[in-house]
Design a binder for this molecule. Structure first.
Ligand SMILES: [Cu+2]
Length: 401
């Protein structure tokens, strides 16, 4: 009986689960979207049916800050769509927004009428309506989905997601497959609604809608081959840097990069409107920083719009300002590192510019920052905690320089 049940479970097409929807029996691992999930599907006469619901979303950026975003199925970015090259897919899109929308399948080769540009390929999906998109996947790689109605508002508020098409069989063994969507927001300190009119002055930078210390680390076991897919529909490019190892860029939303053209790199620039796939062997145990290398993008809100006090002697000013603003603190003369340990109170619903606590003290980061944790052994998806450096392998103070 038990074996019959197991046989049935293997045969019956399963609804995708959040963690690894396609891992059983397939020639590849399912994609993990840290702080997100994959979209479940059902099978209708051989067609994989997905259902996206465009709707307002309460999104926690990190503990202490929730914004009023727009997204899909309660998430921003929306859930990751995973399918296989050759699949016939039907994607139902229900509009629960206060305005019309549509969905464009960025980089997917499909019939013109399925491309989702309102006015050009279809009518608006009005509030309350559901549209069906249906096409056969003729490629594999990392694609995206996003609206093509009122693009600036809808994407600025967080409407976007991965559309990952797995190959029928991976040419290269991949042990872990991660997907990270980049986004930048302008949320005035104390507010909860991002400003969609902002063109260049953003103050909240996120990996899958989370800013450090709200980002979940990426885990890998020593020797595993890891792929990270990175997508960007924001207004700026984001050079994403990983410490402790070298990687190669293996694909874009235009398809795989031939091996002869794969440059070794430590930073991959992800311009707006593109995806980048990188691969590496996790051969160096430790807690490795992974972050945007535009330094202000690895900081939170309060780092922005500050007067430049570096080197300014503020003696005497503090007392004078305190008569107007009780509790005012002069700072910044010797740089801003003191902020890392200060845990200052800001307006409510605002993230401190530098945050996080590590085994050696304040981490002092924010925004697009997370950790890649490489270990000899992992216990499933469980966070292994902080890396314990072997004795004699840490930087240390010395008596006589
Ligand atoms: Cu950046």
């Amino acid at each position: 009986m038990k074996s019959l049940l197991i046989a049935l479970l293997l045969v019956v097409p399963s609804v995708g689960s959040a963690a690894k929807p396609f891992s059983s029996g397939a020639n590849y691992v399912g994609t993990v979207t840290p702080n997100g999930s994959s979209l479940p599907w059902t099978l209708d006469h051989g067609v994989k049916v997905f259902h996206l619901i465009a709707e307002p979303v309460k999104k926690e950026i990190a503990p202490g800050m929730v914004i009023d975003a727009w997204g899909y199925n309660g998430q921003s970015p929306g859930p990751t769509i995973e399918a296989i090259e050759g699949d016939r897919v039907r994607i139902l899109v229900t509009n629960k927004l206060p305005e019309p929308t549509s969905v464009h399948w960025h980089g997917v080769i499909l019939p013109n009428g399925m491309d989702g540009v309102s006015g050009v390929n279809q009518k608006w999906i009005k509030p309350g309506e559901t549209y069906a998109y249906e096409f056969t996947l003729k490629q594999h790689g990392t694609q995206m989905y996003h609206p093509h109605v009122d693009d600036t508002t809808q994407m600025a508020l967080g409407m976007e997601g991965f559309f990952i098409i797995h190959p029928k069989a991976e040419k290269q063994r991949i042990d872990r497959d991660f997907a990270i969507f980049l986004h930048e927001w302008d949320v005035p300190p104390g507010a909860s609604r991002p400003n969609p009119a902002t063109m260049s002055d953003f103050n909240v930078f996120t990996f899958n809608g989370r800013a450090y210390p709200g980002t979940t680390p990426l885990l890998a076991q020593k020797g595993e081959r890891v792929r990270v897919r990175i997508a960007n529909l924001s207004m700026d490019s984001h050079p994403i840097h990983i410490h402790g190892l070298h990687f190669v860029e293996t694909g874009t939303d235009g398809g795989p990069i031939p091996p002869a053209a794969q440059l070794p790199e430590t930073t991959v620039n992800v311009p707006p409107g593109t995806t980048r796939d990188i691969e590496f062997v996790a051969d160096n145990p430790g807690d490795w920083a992974m972050h945007c290398h535009k330094n202000h993008h690895a900081m939170n809100q309060m780092a922005h719009d500050l007067p430049n006090m570096t080197g300014v002697d503020q003696q005497g000013v503090e007392a004078k300002v305190r008569t107007l603003l009780p509790g005012y603190m002069a700072m910044g003369k010797e740089g801003m590192a003191e902020m890392e340990e200060m845990h200052m109170g800001g307006p409510t619903n605002t993230l401190p510019m530098m945050a996080g606590e590590g085994p050696y003290g304040a981490v002092g980061m924010g925004g697009m920052f997370t950790l890649l944790k490489v270990r000899e052994h992992l216990d499933g998806d469980q966070d292994p905690g902080w890396y314990q450096a072997p004795p004699g392998t840490e930087a240390h103070p010395v008596e006589r320089p």
